[in-house]
Structure formats: C-alpha cells, structure tokens
Design a protein. Structure first.
Length: 257
C-alpha cells in the first residue's frame, strides 16, 4: 500500500504553493486549512509576550513599510515564482476548512485519514492532542535556520543580525515547542539587490520545496538521513516576529532591506 500523506496549512499563498508542489509530486491528498485568526487575537497574544509598544511597532510596519514593499516588488515576486515554479492559485478538491488546527474536528480528520506523514505549513502551534492523534510524524518547512532563528521571517532576521550565512530554510520534525524539532535538511538563500523583506519568504520557499520533497521521498523509502548545514555556528536561539517600523527603518540605513 502506498504511504499516506496529509497536509495541515494556514490560510494564504504559502500553503497554496506548498500544496500544489506536493500534489504535483505525490498525487492527491487531504489538505486541511486553518482559517486565519483576526488581527486583534494575534496582537493580544503577542502583547502578552512582547508588550504593547513592540506590537504597535509591528502593526505599523505591516500597515506601512511592508505594504509598500509588496507593491513595489511585484515584478521581482513574479520572477521568483517563475524561477522556482511557485503556484499561488487556490487549491481545490479534497480540501477541508477548520476553525483551528487544534480543534476536535482536526483530530477527527487525522484519525480518519491515519496518514503516515503530515506536512505542516503556516499554522498555529500544534497541541498535544493533535500531535498524539496519529502514529505518523509531523514535518515542517520553516522559513529560517533553526535553532538560531525560530518563529517568523528568519531570513530577514539573519541578515539584520549580520549573519547572511544563516539566511535560509529548514525542514524539521515537529515537537511540542516552537520550531525546536530535530533538523532534517537545510538550505540557504542568496538575496540580490532587488530583494527585500517582501521577497525573502518566496526565495526561502523556492529553495525549501526541493528539500521538503526529497525528505518525503526518502522518508517513505526508508532511506532518510538527517543533516543540517555543515560548519555553521548555530549558537543561541531567538524567537522572531515582524520587526517594528522603527527597527526596520534603522536597518534600511544599514543596508538591510
């Protein structure tokens, strides 16, 4: 019997890109999509960790600088999509929407499908009930080099920290922490002069998808060998979010876009 694959994804283009790539290689599988949380819910959660001043700065960045970067980088984003074959069209067929990836409905869907492997992309942190719902394992494509840069926007934060050798992507197993599972494969991005905060994630997805596909192939074949980047200083670990507007603007003056 062929190994069974399932995907848990957050609402958005990233999930569409990954799902299309995996379906091209492995055929049809169930895609479970978590509805986006409201901005107020996300802000409150971050404020408990970071404080409201930091969160306000992040909101200002998203509503001003990031919007402009997305608009002004449309041509570059189209080039990256064409280079790596990234398909942003909505995924149709064999798709189930859930309120939360940690809902009882998601647990039921996992139990019914009983997949050998679950690929996770862009969801909230998985609960113990979800992780324990099946015998199969959970795999994530993370936009950053772990354990150095966990959370979001790891490529940007590596560049902002003066560590371009750690601007990349990680395929890792999922555990109860935030991007703390063991590393399977890693790759680097090499941004050019036209790249910026709005394009780094597309570069990371383009570099990471072949690593993710190779991991799944090797896992199903029983030949998987886990290996991260060689000869890299990965000391320290930080949980990353959006930058504040003032941090981003200060970084632009230093050449970090």
């Amino acid at each position: 019997m062929m190994p069974r694959l399932l995907m848990l994804g957050g609402e958005g283009a990233s999930t569409q890109i990954v799902a299309h790539a995996l379906r091209r290689r492995f055929g049809d599988f169930l895609l479970v999509v978590e509805q986006s949380r409201g901005g107020w819910e996300i802000a409150r959660g971050r404020a408990r960790r970071l404080g409201w001043v930091e969160v306000l700065g992040q909101v200002l960045f998203v509503q001003t600088a990031y919007r402009w970067l997305r608009f002004s980088s449309r041509a570059r984003l189209a080039e990256i999509d064409a280079e790596f074959g990234l398909d942003r069209r909505p995924v149709t067929g064999n798709v189930r929407w859930v309120r939360s990836v940690n809902s009882a409905e998601t647990v039921c869907l996992l139990n019914e499908a009983d997949p050998d492997l679950v690929v996770v992309n862009g969801t909230r942190i998985l609960s113990a009930d979800v992780l324990g719902a099946i015998r199969g394992r959970f795999l994530n494509l993370h936009a950053g080099i772990t354990p150095a840069f966990r959370g979001g926007h790891g490529g940007y934060w590596a560049l902002a920290a003066g560590r371009p050798e750690l601007a990349g992507v990680t395929v890792h197993w999922i555990d109860a922490g935030i991007d703390t599972g063991s590393v399977v494969k890693q790759g680097l991005i090499h941004p050019g002069p036209r790249d910026n905060f709005a394009t780094y994630s597309s570069l990371q997805t383009g570099v990471g998808l072949p690593l993710l596909i190779a991991t799944i192939e090797e896992y199903f074949a029983g030949t998987l060998v886990e290996s991260g980047l060689p000869n890299r200083n990965l000391a320290g670990s930080r949980l990353c979010f959006h930058p504040t507007l003032w941090f981003y603007l200060a970084g632009r003056l230093r050449g970090v876009k």
